[in-house]
Write a protein that binds this ligand. Structure first.
Ligand code: 5GP
Ligand code: MG
Length: 169
């Protein structure tokens, strides 16, 4: 396993795209407070940059989804701290949308907690690999079917600190 030499998205390209997303999210939420919910761990870098480009009041929370080792079934959502979902406009922030199973499950669980609205923002999207019908409201970049790393995304816990996006081969 090696890091590819090719850069998928540079630091500058990422920064520009994050500014655009921030403008779009701001325009769509004028006059509202937004509750931003990051899915750990991969989304933390993107989320930190994104919220600083959003010009409406924001609250931030994090959650982690634990996956059962024995099966593909997702078993548990752990909120990092008490975070109010009921009555809020939620923006779920993900690092990457692949099969969509994680987000579909999360969406379903969050809906039972009575938010006013739920929107989904994913930094990366692999539309070719989708297994469930889920359509994110905001997408940073579509990416090919490679294992992408950098800007928060890991391979076996490493490479989250790369400021650009590349992949392992
Ligand atoms: P899915 O949409 O298949 O339920 O799962 C998406 C999750 O799989 C992401 O949140 C991420 O943790 C992981 N994942 C999928 N593709 C990649 C990839 O190319 N790179 C990294 N680092 N994680 C990925
Ligand atoms: Mg993830």
């Amino acid at each position: 396993m090696n890091l590819a030499k090719e850069i998928l998205k540079s630091e500058d390209e990422i920064a520009e795209r994050v500014r655009q997303l921030g403008r779009q999210i701001t325009a769509d939420h004028e006059g509202r407070e937004l509750s931003v919910l990051g899915v750990l761990k991969g989304s933390f870098v993107f989320l930190a940059d994104l919220i600083r480009q959003i010009r409406v009041p924001v609250r931030v929370g994090f959650l982690e989804i634990t996956q059962s080792r024995k099966s593909e079934f997702l078993t548990e959502i752990i909120f990092s701290s008490s975070f109010q979902v009921e009555g809020t406009h939620l923006l779920v922030v993900e690092d990457i949308l692949d099969t969509g199973i994680t987000l579909a499950y999360l969406h379903q669980q969050l809906e039972t907690r009575g938010p006013k609205s739920i929107r989904v923002c994913t930094f990366l999207d692999k539309p070719d690999k989708r297994k469930v019908d889920i359509h994110p409201d905001y997408v940073g970049f579509p990416v090919p079917n490679r294992h992408v790393v950098g800007y928060g995304l890991d391979y076996e816990g490493r490479f989250r600190n790369l400021p650009y996006l590349t992949y392992v081969e």
